[in-house]
Design a protein around this ligand. Structure first.
Ligand code: SAM
Length: 469
């Protein structure tokens, strides 16, 4: 077995063990990581690859390099308001206790934010009545979480009072160390999200935070995780997913009535089905990219694989939230004022609901106004792409980019449309331009839809490019 074959087999096994969908950069990351691991162990890379018995521990080490551990304190801040409201109602009974699960907790900022929010708003006694469990597949992340020491980056979207009140500076490390009362309030474990949840008793959890992990997981693993969360949550329990995550299936979960914050409650047995929740833009983008990549590998799409309705087209020009904009200088510079954003958002939601005619007339209205014209062209182009009218989409995206050459999502869709229209040379050239622009952006900068980050779009672009270059 060559090293190359060995690495592919090892990555296959890593994907199986973690449930993660392999990323394009895994092979490079794994090659570098294997060299470092081999040096540390005083062994040759090929010896590690041949030693199948040693793969479980090798994979666990490797996953530390392959997972995305991006997180920060009070991420999706509105979730904590809703969680606190629910916990405070539950703890109103003086004998009640509660349990919160942070599934895929990375280096601990998420479960610690839960503990801090409880401590700050409900007090130390309430915190003592809440069990906060947190798990992650990466042993290195859990080590970091247990240490509770953070750099300034972890506070990038945190409220001003957080650091002075709950962290101490100095001591042996240069970071900010979390105070013991919060550190001790969270129990960390290393584990696979599904296996970890499977070990919890039915109905024993009041809230599950499963945020920014499902986007990396294979569909069957996501389904298994949601099934376990449905089992472990009590009837009043809440499931929090990130705005970009794939939605839980409608048979098990129902929106809890906090539309903007992606919060669900378990559907009771016999409770009637409503409309399934539409997937978020980023999830649709990811799904679309995966489908595109599959189709590209197989050649031209067969009739049965016709593009889905407009809701799968990931309308992308949604307004960015002010906090998100702060992280994205390029997007911020191009951001439309609030009334235009509202008009764009309305048009996007029509497209989301699959109302093509209404979305097209909303796009036409946006095109009428100079400030919103690029968003209008982009929206209309996405509707065209979804309807297999790539040529029309190319024209609209050309107009959008003429008006807003720095619009990164519009350029992405331009690549998609050019490829769909068979203009491969132009698609490749535009993909290069976009890749260059994206590599110059901060990886976590939010793009024009306020959700997609530069790194995600870059990943998406590379996946797309892999299909035709
Ligand atoms: C992007 S972080 C999300 C952190 C946090 N939930 C948040 O929203 O800020 C994703 C985390 O999921 C972890 N992870 C990946 N696959 C996992 C799995 N199968 N089981 C548990 N954790 C996993 C990664 O190690 C990483 O720390």
């Amino acid at each position: 077995m060559s090293d190359e074959t060995g690495i592919s087999a090892l990555l296959c096994a890593a994907a199986g063990a973690s449930g993660l969908v392999p990323r394009e950069d895994w092979e490079d990351q794994a090659t570098r990581a294997l060299c470092a691991i081999a040096e540390q162990r005083g062994a040759a890379v090929s010896a590690l690859l041949h030693d199948r018995q040693g793969w479980p521990s090798l994979i666990s080490e490797l996953l530390e390099h392959l997972t995305v551990g991006e997180t920060y304190f009070f991420r999706h801040a509105s979730h904590f308001d809703v969680l606190l409201e629910a916990l405070s109602a539950r703890l109103a009974d003086p004998l009640a206790t509660a349990c919160v699960l942070s599934a895929g907790c990375a280096s601990g900022e998420e479960p610690y934010s839960v503990a801090i929010a409880i401590h700050a708003r409900l007090g130390a006694r309430a915190l003592a009545r809440v069990r906060i469990r947190a798990a992650d597949i990466s042993a290195a992340s859990i080590r970091k979480a247990r240490a509770g020491v953070y750099s300034a980056w972890a506070f990038r979207d945190a409220p001003d009072w957080l650091e002075p009140r709950y962290f101490v500076r100095g001591g042996a490390s240069a970071g900010r160390r979390l105070v013991d009362v919060i550190r001790q309030a969270v129990t960390f474990e290393v584990g696979h999200v599904v296996n970890h949840a499977a070990g919890l008793p039915s109905g024993s959890v009041d809230a599950v935070l499963f945020r920014n992990l499902a986007i990396y997981l294979a569909p069957q693993v996501i389904a298994a995780a949601y099934a376990e969360f449905h089992r472990v949550l009590g009837p009043q329990g809440l499931l929090f997913v990130a705005p970009a995550d794939p939605r839980p299936d409608g048979a098990r979960f129902i929106e809890a009535g906090h539309e903007t914050t992606s919060i669900y409650r378990p559907r009771a047995a016999g409770e009637p089905h409503g409309e399934p929740a539409p997937p978020s833009r980023r999830a649709r983008l990811a799904a679309r990219l995966r489908r595109d990549a599959r189709l590209l590998r197989k050649g031209p799409p067969p009739a049965a694989a016709k593009r889905p309705a407009v809701r799968a087209a990931a309308p992308a020009a949604r307004a960015a939230a002010p906090a998100a904009r702060a992280a994205a200088p390029a997007a911020r510079a191009a951001a439309p004022p609030p009334d235009q954003r509202a008009a764009e958002a309305r048009a996007m939601s029509l497209a989301d609901r699959g109302d093509v005619a209404a979305a097209l007339s909303a796009a036409a209205a946006l095109i009428e106004q100079p400030g919103t014209a690029p968003a209008g062209y982009l929206l209309r182009a996405q509707v065209s792409v979804a309807g297999d009218r790539a040529g029309a989409a190319v024209e609209d995206l050309r107009r959008a980019l003429f008006l807003r050459p720095e619009h990164l999502l519009a350029r992405y869709w331009y690549v998609v449309a050019l490829r769909g229209d068979g203009q491969l040379a132009q698609a490749i050239q535009q993909a290069r331009v976009l890749e260059e622009l994206l590599t110059k952006s901060a990886a976590e900068a939010r793009l024009e839809d306020g959700e997609t980050t530069a790194r995600e779009l870059l990943d998406a672009l590379r996946l797309l490019r892999g299909g035709f270059t």
